[in-house]
Write a protein of this length. Structure first.
Length: 391
């Protein structure tokens, strides 16, 4: 009888959703190790995409387009513990929301399937919601990023504002006392902690799984082009509050919260992100070589800052994959010194040498660089940068 009901359920789901636009296998793991900036290692839980992949914090980021029909195949390979995938903020129906008591739990070696329509563009979270106080602390979480479904990956939403590249930052923290086998391997019964205790004292504070000197290390700098407009996706999955404090020169503008555009953008260098929240903020880079910013974690009960760490946005011409803003292009490119932007100009463009020297700023069209030597140049327009070749 159970198999018959399961068959009917699967048939009805497939019949209802029809074509699946995005299908993803996610594997739940209970055996993993995380290394902090000081070399200490601790046991973690997590999500992976293959059995051979190492368990990492956070789990893989899921990239969707708004309106996609989505199927998540969750395979629990966790040596005994039940898990789910809770889709935090996506407004899916109860059956697919991943709260175990209200939908279903996925047991060891079993598959569970989540079906939903990707909502409007925004930044969301997913995490385990079985014994979530422990499993979330253990590392079972990741980001979901929904982009506009209009063929343009560089708009914040349909007919929205363009940008050059985005940086998702997911904050969390770890109290290593919780990461011993006694707690992580305990039975999932009434003895499992349901609430964060008053004795919770995290000793490592993470952004995208990095902590301390890892965050400021040159290998983890956020790379962008000079004069590029970047989109910061700021999220917090920990139990502490987080503040991102940007240099005032970057003119931070927060335009969305929890997957919804704000009624009016907030111009403030400091963005405070509480547990479970997500904010989206524009930064306008200039020609400086680097832009250090501060990440603070603070205790919600006492408001005491427990950690203050530095991250860096670095501008460079050589190490960044240049992404074209799909709302405009240039023709011809390469060119003999005369070219045009394929849309009506609404603001000034700038021409830079590869060394970062501004050579021209204008709205004249067609654009002429006939007097410049043959070689490569940078065209900056609407906060995005394209390589232009004169031959």
């Amino acid at each position: 009888m159970r198999k018959k009901l399961l068959f009917l359920f699967v048939f009805s789901i497939c019949n209802y959703w029809g074509q699946i636009d995005y299908s993803k296998l996610i594997i739940g793991r209970n055996l993993g190790t995380h290394t902090f900036h000081d070399g200490l290692q601790t046991r973690i839980f997590g999500f992976t995409e293959t059995l051979s992949a190492a368990t990492k914090i956070p789990g893989p980021t899921l990239y969707l387009n708004s309106g996609d029909s989505v199927k998540l195949d969750f395979w629990n390979m966790s040596q005994g513990a039940p898990h789910t995938i809770h889709l935090h903020g996506l407004d899916v129906n109860q059956q697919n929301d991943g709260v175990g008591m209200l939908s279903f739990e996925v047991m060891h070696t079993e598959h569970g399937y989540y079906y939903f329509k990707a909502p409007h563009p925004g930044t969301y979270l997913y995490h385990c919601h079985v014994g979530s106080t422990v499993h979330l602390q253990a590392g079972m979480y990741g980001l979901v990023i929904v982009r506009p479904n209009d063929g343009n990956l560089l708009l914040n939403w349909e007919n929205g504002e363009s940008y050059g590249r985005e940086f998702p930052l997911l904050a969390s923290e770890i109290d290593t006392i919780w990461h011993n086998d006694t707690i992580l391997d305990q039975e999932h019964d009434m003895t499992m902690p349901l609430y964060v205790p008053a004795t919770y004292q995290p000793n490592y504070f993470l952004v995208n799984g990095k902590s301390g000197t890892q965050l400021s290390d040159i290998s983890n700098h956020l790379l962008a082009l000079p004069n590029e407009k970047v989109y910061m996706r700021l999220a917090n999955i920990g139990y502490y509050g987080v503040r991102y404090i940007f240099p005032s020169i970057l003119e931070a503008r927060t335009v969305a919260s929890d997957g919804r555009p704000l009624p009016a953008e907030v111009v403030n260098d400091t963005i405070e992100v509480l547990p479970g929240e997500r904010y989206e903020t524009f930064l306008q880079l200039g020609m400086d070589n680097s832009y250090p910013f501060t990440v603070e974690h603070f205790n919600l009960n006492t408001q005491v800052i427990s950690s203050s760490q530095t991250m860096v946005i670095e501008t460079t011409f050589s190490d960044v994959e240049t992404k074209e803003n799909l709302t405009f292009g240039v023709f011809p490119n390469p060119n003999n010194g005369i070219f045009e932007i394929n849309e009506a100009l609404t603001e000034n463009y700038q021409i830079y040498s590869l060394e970062g020297k501004k050579l021209k700023e204008s709205m004249e069209s067609p654009i002429s660089i006939s007097d410049y030597a043959n070689g490569s140049y940078l065209l900056c327009y609407k906060g995005n940068t394209l390589f232009i070749v004169k031959d």
